[in-house]
Each structure stands twice: as C-alpha cells, then as structure tokens.
Design a binder for this molecule. Structure first.
Ligand code: GDP
Ligand code: IMO
Ligand code: MG
Length: 427
C-alpha cells in the first residue's frame, strides 16, 4: 500500500494526528507529508501518556526512521517551523529528518498582520480565522506576488519580490485600515535570518516523493483542516484558503492521482467546528455542553472552544464522494458512552423538502435542519476495550449503522486519545 492519504471528513480536529501517528508506527511508513495549510493546524498525538501537538510539522515527526516532508502546497512560516522544531528537540524528541519544498510559499509577519486586521474590519461577518496569515499568504500565491522558500537563498530576488508584495498592502494598511506601513527592508532581514538554517532542508519534494513511490516506499499524506473547510467544497466563505480534500494532495505534493492507493477520512463519532459558519447538527443545549466537556473540545492551536453537535451522515457521504474515500477512521466513540439514546443526522429538511445529499447552494445549507434517527446507547466505559468484538453490542451497532449510512467502510475506531486505544474493524 505505497501511497495513503489521511484527511479530515468534517470541519477539522477529527483526530488526524492520532490516525497518522498510528499508521506511521504500525505500518512501515517511510515518508509523512503535509500538502496544504500551514500552522493553522493543531494535531494531537498521545504517546505513552505524553501529549504532543504539531502545527506545521507533519505528525510523522515523532516516528523514528520516518522522513517528514513539507510539500509545495503548504504555506510555511519559518518562525513557526523552527519554533516547533526547537520545542520538540527540547522535549527530547530526536532531531527529525525534515525536507521542505523549494516551491512552498512563505508566511511572513505581514501576512498575520493582514489576517488579523481583515478579521477586525469584517466585524460580525468575520470568518473566525486562526490569525496565522494563511488566507493572505494563499492570496499572494494566487495573485503571483508570493515569496517562495527558494527566494530566501537569493537576496537580490528576495528584495525585489518583498518590495512588490508589500507595495499594495501598504496602501491598504495605511489608507483603509489606518495601520502603520510594513517596512520591506525589515521583512527581508527577517526572512534572511532563517535562510542558513533552512537551506540544508530544502529539496524538490515532488521528485523525492515520486522516486520514493517508484522504489516501492510507503508515503503517507497527512491532511490538515478538512473537507468542510475546503475553499471549493466546504462551507464557503467560512472555510480555510486551501484544498484539504484528496485532490489537493496531488497539486500540493506534485504527485499524480493514479499513484494514490487509499484515502482514509478521519471522522468523529459526533461533530465539532471552530470559528464561524453553518453547522446543521450544532447543539446549543446541555447535550452540546456535555459533548464539549467530555470530549475536551478546546482548539489545539488557538485555545478556542469548539462548537459541538451530533454525527452528520450527509456530511460523511459528501466527504466520501468528493474525496473518493476508501475507508473511514472513526474517533472518539468513547465520548458517547454517556448517552442512553444517540441522535444521528441522516438527511436535512430544507423549506419542507427532504435532502438526502448536500444541497446545491450555501443558502440552502444555512437553512438545513437535521432529520434524526435515534440509536441506542451502551452506557458503559469503553476506553479500556481493545478489540471491536469486545465492544458492547450497542456500540458495535452504532459503528455498523454509521458505516451503512456514510458511504465507505470503517477500518478503525478510536476509544481514547492513546495509540493503543484503537480497535480495528476491517483489517
Ligand atoms: P486533528 O487536528 O484532526 O489532528 O485533531 P486534534 O488533535 O485537533 O483534536 C482531536 C482530539 O481528540 C485530540 O485531543 C486527540 O488527542 C483526541 N482524540 C483522538 N482520537 C480520540 C479518541 O478516539 N477518543 C478520545 N477520547 N479522544 C481522541
Ligand atoms: P486541524 O488540521 C479546525 C478554521 C478556522 C476558521 C477557518 C479559517 O487541526 O484540523 P484559517 O486560519 O485557516 O484562515 O481559518 O478554518 N480552521 C480549522 N478548524 N481545525 C483546523 O485544523 C483548522 N484550520 C483552520 O477556525 O474557521
Ligand atoms: Mg486540530
């Protein structure tokens, strides 16, 4: 199974870090690759009771012998990159093998400045971004005024590109947002200060990964963000500025679609979302508060509370469709042990009409109310269970019912944050 994609099937924070880490330690994975997003991600990995969080770095960074790759589709803040690497090494993680694409775009401090002032300007219409400069960096890329990693190694080019990049922004900052202008010379200085340390890590990662696949090596593409945050397929405009769906892996890594063997959608046994935007199964009652509390639903990157709601099979089927999922990895089943009866959204009602599939327009999605089916709870702690067959009958039925309505098989189920708290349903 040489090329595996792991991605988020809902609105993020499904447990992609755990799924990636699990695959990287149980199978022999040679490369773990990030292909989109930046340090807006927050992936938690719990190893031997110790908790790690990765943001820009691939979760394979904790697996000895595995090479971590930041591919061309990622937006890289050198400050975040080295901050994260240093923090891991300070905690005793062996100096990792990390390769960064020469074509990846760079996030400089002016991108996060613009991200924050834009959000403030939008007021109650804000997206609720992570404030990490992700949108402004991708806008520059598409506007063809972005700075790429390779530019850090040619001071003349870098100076020209930074001047071009900040010119228009300074008009915006000073005349619209009433802020101080960005000094291009200090941006150049900031970026050059990382160049020497970055240079040995930089490579043509498309060539590296395609050669690895030719040699039969196993490459795991670790998703960040999620299907419903995808700029094309998510709840636009309440999305991130990249393509976290399976197709984004190909453009984000320079690997063709024919090379991908397996696409795993990570999905929670209920649903969460951070930031603004529609969320049909959101619970604004005590059930929502209990999911938040029992599930520990606080953002890894920003510390914001996540909004919580029941499982949404319409979204699961949509994720299966737009990603061509071969499997699901269902996480946090243990959190639902506290309910006697568990609602699952099987369709939407919009203006009196039942929709079994995602409606065509965002306006319809904003007005969708869930049609629920109710499944029996199991009422006992399952966090110590280690095989699917040993789950209480109603917990197995819950998983099987979700599988039947979500469009792809569920290969694994999480019953706790630890590596060992995973049950294999289909080997
Ligand atoms: P990611 O962004 O998709 O990698 O997910 P996050 O790390 O942001 O959020 C997932 C949270 O759920 C983390 O705190 C994980 O440790 C935790 N987690 C993952 N799988 C399970 C599970 O099966 N059960 C429980 N209780 N927690 C889990
Ligand atoms: P992981 O990889 C959850 C959300 C933000 C905001 C929107 C746009 O941990 O699942 P951005 O800063 O990307 O421009 O913000 O996207 N968002 C995430 N929500 N998990 C994430 O990553 C997210 N990355 C971005 O909250 O609503
Ligand atoms: Mg997360």
């Amino acid at each position: 199974m040489p090329a595996i994609v792991v991605l988020g099937a809902q609105w993020g924070d499904e447990g992609k870090g755990k799924a990636t880490d699990l695959l990287a330690t149980t199978d022999t994975i040679d490369y773990v690759v990030r292909t989109s997003g930046g340090h807006n991600a927050g992936h938690t990995i719990v190893v031997g009771g110790e908790r790690f969080a990765t943001h820009l770095l691939p979760s394979g960074i904790l697996t000895p012998g595995c090479t971590s790759v930041i591919a061309n589709g990622v937006v890289v803040s050198p400050e975040a990159l080295f901050g994260e690497l240093d923090a891991l090494v300070a905690r005793g993680v062996p100096e990792p093998r990390l390769v960064v694409s020469a074509n990846a775009h760079v996030i400089a401090s002016y991108h996060s400045t613009i991200d924050r002032v834009t959000e403030r300007f939008l007021g109650r219409n804000r997206i609720g971004t992570t404030g990490r400069g992700i949108g402004p960096a991708y806008s520059d890329k598409i506007n063809r005024v972005g700075i790429r990693v390779a530019d850090l190694f040619d001071e003349g080019i870098l100076r020209q590109k930074v001047e071009a990049a900040v010119d228009l922004k300074n008009h915006l900052l000073t005349k619209v947002y009433n802020r101080r202008a960005v000094d291009p010379a200090s941006v150049v200085e900031e970026l050059l200060s990382y160049a020497d340390r970055l240079r040995p890590m930089v490579a043509d990662t498309s060539l590296l990964l395609n050669r690895a696949l030719d040699e039969g090596r196993t490459v795991l593409f670790e998703g960040a963000q999620a299907t419903m945050l995808d700029v094309d397929h998510g709840t636009y405009p309440f999305v991130t500025s990249s393509n976290p769906v399976a197709g984004g892996v190909c453009t984000g890594a320079g690997v063709g679609p024919t090379r991908i063997d397996r696409v795993i959608g990570v999905i929670k046994a209920y649903t969460t979302r951070v930031g603004s935007g529609p969320f049909p199964t959101e619970l604004l009652d005590t059930d929502g508060e209990r999911l938040w509390e029992i599930g520990g639903e606080v953002g890894v990157s920003t510390g914001r509370n996540r909004r919580c709601g029941w499982y949404d099979a319409v979204i699961a089927r949509y994720a299966t469709r737009v990603n061509g999922l071969t499997d699901f990895f269902l996480t946090k089943l243990d959190v639902l042990s506290h309910w006697e009866r568990i609602p699952v959204c099987v369709a939407y009602e919009i203006g009196g009409v039942r929709h079994d599939e995602m409606p065509m327009t965002q306006t319809e999605f904003h007005h969708a109310t869930p049609v629920y089916e109710y499944l029996e709870g199991w009422g006992e702690d399952i966090s110590g269970v280690r095989s699917f067959a040993d789950l209480p009958k109603n917990a197995r039925r819950y998983v099987e019912a979700l599988e039947a309505m979500s469009g792809a098989r569920i290969w694994g189920v999480g019953v706790g944050p630890g590596r060992e708290q995973t049950l294999v349903v289909h080997g």
